[in-house]
Write a protein that binds this ligand. Sequence first.
Ligand code: ADP
Ligand code: MG
Length: 506
Amino acid sequence: MARAELMDFDQALELFEPVIGLEVHVELNTTTKMFSSAPNPANSAFHGAEPNTLVSPVCLGLPGSLPVVNGDAVRKSISLGLALGCSIAESSRFARKNYFYPDLAKNYQISQYDEPIAFDGELEVEIEGGKTFMIPIERAHMEEDAGKLTHVGGSTGRIQGAEYSLVDYNRAGVPLVEIVTRPIFGAEADAPALAKAYVATIRDIAIALGISEARMERGNLRCDANVSLRPRGQEKLGTRTETKNVNSFRSIERAVRYEIQRQAAILAKGGTITQETRHWHEDTGATSAGRPKSDADDYRYFPEPDLVPVVPSAELIEELRAALPEAPAARRRRLKGEWGFTDLEFQDVANSGLLNEVAETVAAGASPAAARKWWTGELTRLANASERDVVELATPAQVAELAALVDAGTLTDRLARQVLEGVVAGEGSPQQIVDARGLAVVSDDGALIAAIDQALASQPDVLAKIRDGKVQAAGAVIGAVMKAMQGKADAARVRELVLERAAAVE
Ligand code: ADP
Ligand code: MG
């Protein structure tokens, strides 16, 4: 639907109540896959491997191969379930979900159906601006990922119009947890922002638990967004669409907003919404129809006969519960208070995904203001310029060391930026770079005075002006001294000394 045909967002909200439901897939970072000993590409150690090199007979569904449940994946799934406030099933079972697709060699996916490992949870989510919502979680179940198809030769990368397709089974069998919410009511105009914040909160939990790399751009975290509208005052839920695999936080918000505006335009004209999957297009900012989807799609689920039920002991569950990190919304509130940041400053850090880096930098001794400044300022700039991930450019300990050198007066801000470039280039710690590149501020007044006297002697007209009280003339001398010191002087101190010397010299 063209932008012009969409209903205005505010008008859509006057007429209809939006209801959303979110399905999030989290790839676990276990060393091996869900049901086999093949290396897991969702673990950074194996990321980017050549196609079809991380496979075993189980991933390929070869005759005679049998699945074995990965205990680490089960523990990580339980931790995630607990962090979502879910009950953990005393016994849960795997099921076969049957369908044909070339990226699924067995012709069925091992998933969980009527006995998920975790169910009935609740998660507190804070949106930008600080409002919080309780999100009801229906279930979190374990399953395996499918392989990846690459459609070659078409213009869109989709199967339509492609000449041929390539199959990579590396991802087949990667452990997944699928988290499904109940329908979410009451978000109203915040529904798009809430959808985004919910997925960001799941990312924060996954990272805090250390169970997933949780990088959306790598597909470690994927979201399907269900959206429906019902006319104000109507009890019955409207027909939903399911926008698939939206792959950035910003796109989740845009996709939900677009669907609200699109569905409102259709409904207001007396039209009906088709229950279907939809594809999000990043370039046009629109969704397009995928396949029709009924609530009773018949996948012929049946209990997986090759696997015994998962029956975690009460001790294991309590052990994992005791090890849970602080909940993300509570942690944000605590950090914001401790750091004394304004809403805007805090959002700046949180939205850049740098909360952990700033927290660790503060823990390593930096002031919150300095930690925020270096991470969201210079380091982010260097990351954008080099198209690298900002968290890979420096460690919190290095940033804290840099901030300490500035506080001690060893570095000016300008010198500190040069040191940071050295850190990013892998030249060592800030102190090592200061020593190796000779970047420390010249704090020896003797050296500064010598340079100042020389500059004053070579610019007698400037000296005369300063003595006449035209203090702004000192700029020329300060500039000359800074140049002689190769920028490694504190300009304010140089200015003080210039005025002193101008009064003193004969
Ligand atoms: P499917 O198999 O179609 O993916 P799921 O049960 O896995 O179904 O997920 C459906 C999601 O859509 C859930 O989050 C559910 O709460 C949500 N949902 C169901 N009905 C509606 C509706 N009318 N409007 C919005 N969301 C809905
Ligand atoms: Mg689903």
